[in-house]
Write a protein that binds this ligand. Structure first.
Ligand code: NAD
Length: 434
């Protein structure tokens, strides 16, 4: 069976890889010509462990082709999967312009009946609305299926091949079964339901996880007040099966291309539907506050930050990805620059920034950790890359200046090791470790 995947970012490329591996013939389509050229030259413009190998194998087996949207005159395959972006609008709502453009684009080119699978994250109610707006009564029968994606960047392939569940929402049983069959090769539990409920599962899951993070961050603040250690507290909580160990890591908060925008979109959707989702608002407020904490801590140890030299280790919103969208690290860097500090940066994967965002003269990219921390008074660990955890902190101390401050924004370092090396250690909710 031939399938078209539209939008070749993190989600689209993983879908291409996963479905090609399952034996389907895939055409991957994107609006970005540079992306298509690089894919056709065997390169992948995102960092996702293992993805290149699966794509290379599919290419070798002639299961995939990549095309720019302008090259597609007709769509004659039975299934089209939409994986385009749904970023935030300034008012917090999901911007559905890429999705709507894509649906119109499909309609103009389809030459047979087909099933549209929506993998992009769209707010509850969108599928029904899109169907009424664009697809009902169209000359070819078009089924609409909501099939939200739950992959995590950095382990996206594992999540594709071993999902906790697959959610398929539709209003036509035949189409639901057709889409379920795509996943026959996976040993996964499939949840079949209506479109709006499927859409809400995605938002509720992300909102719940984000809330868990903000909750543990609130407990971390209490730890600072009470002299307790949040890492030990989180372990003790997480061992309760009803709670679970995941998403209990206190720190500078969640970021990335999903949680922040999806939580904002759910908040917007709630408000516009007359529900004041207070818990979700608190989640957002706490998360915004967390990224200010490193700057507060730096100030409390260094006084004003004008001309202070500060190293920021980590740019990506989490390890294992090159994605810096809504990364707390960027906000911290911005704040440090506002305060007049000189900032040196190092990330194992991400080697550049959209430099227009920053005051160029106050930023330096280090070649490695040692080069980055050289001559700095303080280091902020903003992403918990293994490289930072495993680094030889005694060597780091030699090239730094007083007061040798380490602000561990991810609570990923061992305070004893750091203190024994002669640093001041300051984590989030680790008052006991000071
Ligand atoms: P992305 O920004 O990495 O990729 C989107 C791709 O769509 C880009 O390559 C872009 O060029 C392309 N595109 C935009 N308009 C197009 C058009 N009209 N025709 C063809 N291509 C077009 O986004 P992503 O991270 O892959 O996310 C895609 C969707 O999946 C979003 O709704 C997101 O919320 C959701 N999602 C993302 C993740 C994640 O971890 N990244 C996880 C689950 C769900």
């Amino acid at each position: 069976m031939r399938i078209m995947v539209i939008g070749l970012g993190y989600v689209g490329l993983v879908a291409v890889a996963g479905l090609a591996k399952a034996g389907y013939q895939i055409t991957g389509v994107d609006i970005n010509i540079k992306k298509i050229n690089s894919l056709n030259n065997g390169k992948i413009d995102i960092y996702e462990p293992g993805l290149k190998e699966v794509i290379d194998e599919a290419r070798l087996n002639q299961r995939i082709s990549f095309k720019n949207i302008a090259e597609i005159k007709n769509i004659d395959c039975g299934i089209v999967i939409i994986c385009v972006g749904t970023p935030s609008r300034p008012d917090g709502a999901a911007d559905l312009s890429q999705v709507e453009y894509t649906i119109e684009w499909i309609k103009e080119r389809t030459i047979n009946s087909l099933t549209i699978i929506m993998k992009s994250t769209v707010p509850p109610g969108t599928g029904e609305l899109l169907y009424k707006k664009y697809l009902a009564g169209f000359s070819y029968k078009i089924n609409y299926i909501s099939n939200p994606e739950f992959l995590r960047e950095g382990q996206a392939l594992k999540d594709w091949f071993y999902p906790d569940r697959i959610v398929i929402g539709g209003n036509n049983n035949k189409a639901i079964e057709e889409v379920s069959a795509l996943y026959d090769s996976l040993n996964a539990r499939i949840v079949k339901l209506d479109i709006t409920s499927a859409e809400l599962i995605k938002y509720a899951a992300n909102a719940f996880l984000a809330t868990k993070i903000s909750f543990i961050n609130e407990i971390a603040c209490l730890c600072d007040c009470l002299g307790a250690d949040i890492n030990s507290v989180a372990t003790g909580i997480g061992l309760d099966n009803r709670i679970g160990e995941g998403f209990l890591k206190a720190g500078i908060g969640y970021g990335g291309s999903c949680f922040p925008k999806d939580v904002r979109a759910l908040n917007f959707l709630s408000t516009i539907n007359g529900h004041n989702f207070e818990l979700l608002r608190a989640t957002i407020i706490v998360n915004s506050r967390q990224r200010l904490l490193p700057v507060q801590k730096l100030r409390s140890y260094l006084g004003n930050l004008v001309n202070k030299n500060i190293a920021v280790l980590g740019l990506t919103f989490k390890p294992g990805t090159d994605d810096i969208r809504e990364s707390p690290s960027l906000d911290i860097i911005r704040l440090l620059l506002d305060e007049g500090a000189n900032v040196s940066i190092y990330d194992p994967i991400r080697k550049n920034l959209n430099i227009n965002l920053f005051r160029k003269d106050q930023i330096r990219f280090g070649k490695n950790i040692l080069d980055t921390v050289k001559g700095t008074e303080a280091v902020v660990v903003a992403t918990e890359w293994d490289q930072f955890i495993d680094t030889n902190w005694s060597e780091i101390k030699i090239v730094m200046n007083e007061p040798f401050l380490i602000v561990d924004g991810r609570n990923c370092l061992d305070p004893c090791i750091i203190n024994n090396c002669g640093f001041i250690y300051s984590g989030i909710g680790r008052a006991k470790a000071h």
